[in-house]
Design a binder for this molecule. Sequence first.
Ligand SMILES: [Zn+2]
Length: 263
Amino acid sequence: MDCEDVRLHLHDDQRGHLGPELHRELRTHLEGCPACAHEEAAEHMLTEVLERRLPQHPASLALKRRLLAQWPAAPVESRPWWRGWRRALVPALASALVLAVGLPLYHELWSGARGDATAMVAEAVNDHVRVLQRDRPLDVESGGIHEVKPWFAGRLDFAPVVSFEGDAEFPLQGGTVGYFVDRKAAVFVYKRRLHPVSLFVFRAEGLPWPARGLTSIGGGAGYTSVSRGFNVILWRAGDLGYALVSDVDARELGRLAAKLARG
Ligand SMILES: [Zn+2]
C-alpha cells in the first residue's frame, strides 16, 4: 500500500469500513510514514471539530418509529414495584414521551422533505470544509476536464458525469476523491475569484433527496440552501447526485449550477 492508497482509505478506515487485511496494511504504512500519519491525525481532528460544530441532527424518523413501536412493551407490566405507581407514572411517562418523541416526530412528518434536506446540506458543507482543510486539497491539478476526469478511473466505482470544463468565470482547479454520507464521491474544485467551489458527484440512490422546495436549475430541478455561511445546491441527474458548495453568493453559485446541470 503506497501513500496514495493510504490517503484514499483513511476515511474508510476511520469509519470502520475497511476489511481486517486492508486495515492491517494501512496501520503498517502509517507506522513507517510520518507524512501519512500526520494526514491521519489531521483527519481525526477535523472530524472531531466538524462533529462538535455541526448542529446535532434529531434522531431519524426510522429510529423514532422504532421507539414508538417499542413503547407498548415498556416495562410497566413486568416490574411489580411499578404497579402501585402505574396510575401516576403512566400519564407522566406518556407526556414525557410525547414531548421527547411525539412532537419531534410530528414536526418531522409535518416538515417532511425539509428535515432530510437539512442533513444532506450539512453533509455537503462538512465535506467541502474537509476537502479544503487537507494539506493537499487537490490530487489532480487541472490541465482541463480531460485530465481530471480520467484520473478518477479506478478510484471510484462509477463514472462521474461532468462536462462543464470551466470558463473564465469559474475556472476548474482540479479534483480529488471525497465522501458524501456513506459513499465515495468525485470532487471537482472550481474557483470564483478567490473562492473555491466544490462539486461532489456520487451515486444518488438511497439518499433522502428533497422532493419539495425545488427550484429550476439549468432546465432541471434542484434544492438550494444555506448552512453555516455556505451556499449549497443539490440536484440529481440519472443515477448520479450532485452537491455544489461554496461561500460565493447564491446567485453566482446558481449560475455555475446551471452550467453544470445543462451539461
Ligand atoms: Zn505514506
